[in-house]
Design a protein around this ligand. Structure first.
Ligand code: DX5
Ligand code: ZN
Length: 221
């Protein structure tokens, strides 16, 4: 099994100490996961390209920008310019997911589609061959600190099969409610990049939490 990758979501980090906190956990992680919300696609507003640029100046790890916004095509360029290495969006927000995928690729970034638990994989399947990542949401998008939705586990396994049987290069990434316990279910179902927000930044010691998750993933690899 290839090395399992850890990607902290900064959503529940201390925004007054973002640079310090991301640098502190960086030795244990492979990516940083940046949740951009516009208050329309979800009932929450987080941050924009300037925060992505600040993180990009703070760490060397690649940045995966998860767009929970209604117009990903309009804002993709600003996030790539800010340092996004990968951009994922929710296909149900646009009539033209293929066009948005092509645009993000033209901008030189990796591209992914995010799967809302109530939408399912069907909207992603036609585009699998063009993707670098399939982002399986194990919470309903909008907030950190929610419980892992076990009912999504069979869909993760289906995504794994679709990618492997189709010979596609896309990574299967799991996002939402991942912690020391739920990470095992996510990996056993086929997840290879694991996003953890509150599982790292909610505790008193994010570094120790990141190290423990890293050790757990190494034990599962
Ligand atoms: C939720 C976001 C997730 C979230 C993960 O809409 O897409 O990335 O921040 O945080 P936890 O791990 O706390 O669920
Ligand atoms: Zn996310």
């Amino acid at each position: 099994m290839p090395r399992l990758q850890l990607s902290p979501s900064i959503l529940t980090a201390d925004f007054a100490r973002l640079g310090e906190q991301t640098r502190a956990v960086a030795p244990y992680v492979d990516w940083f996961h940046l949740d951009v919300m516009d208050g329309h696609y979800v009932d929450n507003i987080t941050f924009g390209a300037s925060t992505v640029a600040a993180i990009n100046n703070s760490v060397d790890e690649p940045l995966h920008v998860h767009l929970m916004i209604e117009d990903p095509d309009k804002y993709a360029e600003s996030f790539v310019a800010a340092g996004a290495d990968r951009i994922s969006f929710h296909p149900e927000v646009t009539e033209e997911p293929a066009g948005v995928i092509a645009h993000i690729k033209e901008l030189g970034a990796g591209v992914g589609l995010a799967v809302h638990p109530d939408v399912g994989l069907g909207a992603v399947e036609p585009h699998l061959a063009d993707l670098d990542v399939v982002l399986m949401m194990t919470v309903r998008p909008g907030f950190g600190g929610q419980a892992f939705l076990d009912e999504v586990v069979p869909e993760i396994a289906r995504a794994r099969r679709l990618v492997d049987d189709g010979g596609h290069r896309a990574d299967v990434e799991v996002d939402g409610g991942v912690n020391l316990k739920t990470v095992v279910r996510a990996v056993e179902a086929g997840g290879e990049i694991l996003v953890a927000g509150s599982g790292i930044f909610d505790g008193v010691d994010p570094v120790a939490a990141a190290r423990r998750l890293r050790e757990r993933l190494d034990g599962l690899s």
